[in-house]
Design a protein around this ligand. Structure first.
Ligand code: CTP
Ligand code: C5P
Length: 340
């Protein structure tokens, strides 16, 4: 018989404003230190008091954290300074945070109490991604929008360097990130499960740039159409062809990790063909192909990318009930920047 072992409950907390795969990676590492992961998310008022207003509302931020597959529970409106009472109240053994110092408005380490009590563990921050970096990319992108008409601006511009050759991986159109994608990271993020016999396979494809709450709501409804959800991610040049300006803001590798971190996703096609082909549908044994309420951009030759699934009567339009878009996020950031 197996010896009964006490379940180890882990606590993490933060703002989780503009959730990115760096946050997801810290939660993945935290979960690996125990069995059950509780994540405390600060409310808008608390964040405003300590570091200025967040870009996303608390409701959006709570939902995004709940969407990450390593998270078992979200505690809303968690206090900025992590107290022992908080850990005890949620039965957590210790608190986990990335290896950067977080301070309150008064310059106090937010983890001084749990550190002193020996109930603190550290995980490695993911280099090359942060809210600041993403905001930088968005601002860079819009600045380039303002230069439209000027020769320096061109959608067809050569991506700065081909990925993989370059020391850095980044948005080919906006630069910045130092994130180094590896197969190891993909393996860590992947759940490694194949579909079971009889599983109904759902396929969706898109850019999924700056993975947001609209994507999350869409994937939730898409998952309900079957048992196993495959997300096809278009390549950077494909996304750039149909989204204007300097999209995508996150390169393909980064988008892969963001989508893999979502609890509804079972598998990702890294660089999916823009048109959903018969070959792809047969290969993955796809039962249904879905798209949300956003416009369906035509292929290079003007044809509908969903011609094949429509012909097979395997296409369905879904309603995520959420009108968030990557462009809206960029707009919010600009407004936010102007305010402060
Ligand atoms: N985190 C991480 N790697 C990153 C960014 C954040 O491991 N690239 C971790 C932080 O160390 C923290 C958790 O994510 O443990 C949530 O912290 P939060 O306060 O939301 O994040 P920030 O540190 O403010 O992240 P960012 O700079 O991206 O806003
Ligand atoms: O725009 P993008 O290619 O990232 O969208 C991927 C998928 O998510 C599309 O099917 C789109 O219609 C859907 N979506 C949605 N609701 C949103 C944003 C995207 O249903 N708010």
């Amino acid at each position: 018989t197996e010896e009964a072992r006490k379940e180890v409950r882990v606590w993490c907390d933060g703002c989780y404003d503009m959730v990115h795969f760096g946050h997801a990676n810290s939660l993945r590492q935290a979960k690996a230190l125990g069995d059950y992961l509780v994540v405390g998310v600060h409310n808008d008022e608390e964040i405003t008091r300590h570091k200025g207003p967040p870009v996303f509302t608390e409701q959006e931020r709570y939902k995004m954290v709940r969407g990450i597959k390593w998270v078992d529970e979200v505690v809303e409106a968690a206090p900025y300074v992590t107290t022992l009472e908080t850990l005890d109240k949620h039965n957590c053994d210790f608190c986990v945070h990335g290896d950067d110092i977080t301070m309150t408005a008064d310059g106090v380490d937010t983890y001084h109490l749990v550190k002193a009590a020996g109930r603190y563990r550290e995980v490695q921050r993911t280099a090359g991604v942060s809210t600041t970096d993403l905001v930088g990319r968005m601002l860079l992108m819009t600045r380039q929008h303002f230069r439209q008409g000027d020769n320096e601006y061109s959608v067809d511009r050569e991506p700065s360097k081909s990925m993989g050759q370059d020391r850095t991986a980044r948005s080919p159109w906006t630069g910045c990130s130092q994130f180094l994608p590896t197969t190891q990271k993909i393996i860590q993020f992947s759940d490694g499960k194949s579909p079971q016999p009889g599983d109904k396979i759902v396929y969706v494809a898109g850019a999924f740039d700056l993975f947001h709450v609209g994507h999350l709501d869409f994937l939730e409804v898409a998952k309900k159409e079957g048992d196993y959800l495959i997300v096809g991610l278009h390549t950077d040049p494909a996304v750039n062809r149909y989204k204007c300006g300097n999209h995508p803001i996150m390169n393909l590798h980064e988008r892969v990790l963001s989508v893999l971190a979502c609890k509804y996703v079972n598998e990702v096609v890294i660089g999916a063909p823009y048109a959903v082909t018969r070959n792809l549908m047969e290969h993955f044994n796809v039962s249904i192909v879905c798209h949300g309420q956003t416009p369906i951009m035509p292929c290079d030759d003007g044809s509908d990318p969903y011609t094949e699934p429509k012909r097979q009567n395997k296409f369905k339009l879904l309603d995520s009930g959420n009108d968030m878009t990557t462009e809206k996020i960029v707009e919010r950031i600009i407004l936010h920047r102007l305010e402060f």
